[in-house]
Design a protein around this ligand. Structure first.
Ligand SMILES: N[C@@H](CCC(=O)N[C@@H](CS)C(=O)NCC(=O)O)C(=O)O
Length: 225
């Protein structure tokens, strides 16, 4: 009996919040099935009417989970590798580090990704271009980028100086959307700490199968007007 099913994006739709859970299932060798929601429409409609990814169904279908951060947390605890658990979630009892991990996870998974999508969608033509909205989002991104930058000038990774944690995995997966679209060569030369951190984090063993062929944009892509 498997430990459950992760409903994730198996069709390369660039659904950012699905990257980390998939990487965790692979790298931690979890006994969790991976399924695309399009292969389980009825179940998805009855159990997950909000229709977002990722979602998780426990063994025997007796319980479900939504929200990427909660799913990541649960998947990590399915691992038998105790060292990997503290590596990703912080040392047991160190509430300061653990709170900091949650802080960066949340900023990246919510505010930062939402603003980034306001730039990305008109670039790929998913949403119409609105100059005021685009410029506001650009300003918000710059403000939030400065928070990551300030932290990464002080230490190698966001929440822990010595190695990546779940905070870095979630944040780097969100930044990947920026690096394929707007964080171009010029931006990268102005943000060396973030670029170095991103390249290092992408090589994390917990991203198994996710970023093998990743390419950053040369020039920032422009919105379709
Ligand atoms: N609050 C949810 C948001 C999930 C979410 O919006 N996922 C996006 C992918 S990153 C999605 O399902 N998009 C497809 C859609 O909205 O149809 C979480 O943190 O997991």
């Amino acid at each position: 009996m498997s430990d459950g099913t992760l409903f994730t994006d198996l069709k390369a739709r660039k659904l950012i919040r699905t990257i980390v859970p998939r990487g965790l299932v692979r790298s931690l060798k979890l006994d969790v099935k991976l399924k695309d929601p399009s292969d389980a429409r009825e179940l998805y409609e009855s159990e997950f009417p909000w229709g977002k990814y990722p979602t998780f169904v426990g063994p025997h279908d007796e319980w479900t989970l939504t929200e990427a951060m909660a799913i990541d947390y649960y998947l990590i605890h399915l691992s038998k590798d105790k060292k990997a658990i503290t590596h990703l979630l912080g040392p047991v009892g160190d509430f300061k580090v653990r709170a900091d991990i949650l802080r960066w996870e949340s900023l990246s998974n919510s505010d930062f990704l939402i603003e980034l999508c306001k730039l990305f969608y008109p670039i790929v033509g998913i949403k119409p271009y609105d100059a005021a909205e685009f410029n506001t989002a650009r300003g918000n991104i710059d403000t939030m980028v400065s928070l990551y930058e300030r932290r990464l000038k002080e230490q190698q990774f966001l929440a822990y100086d010595y190695h990546e944690t779940l905070a870095d995995l979630i944040s780097a997966s969100v930044f990947s959307l920026g690096f394929i679209s707007i964080f171009d060569e010029e931006w990268r030369s102005n943000h060396p700490e973030i670029t170095k951190w991103f390249s290092k984090t992408l090589k994390s063993r917990f991203f198994e199968g996710e970023f093998e062929k990743f390419e950053m944009c040369k020039m920032a892509l422009q919105p379709k007007k």
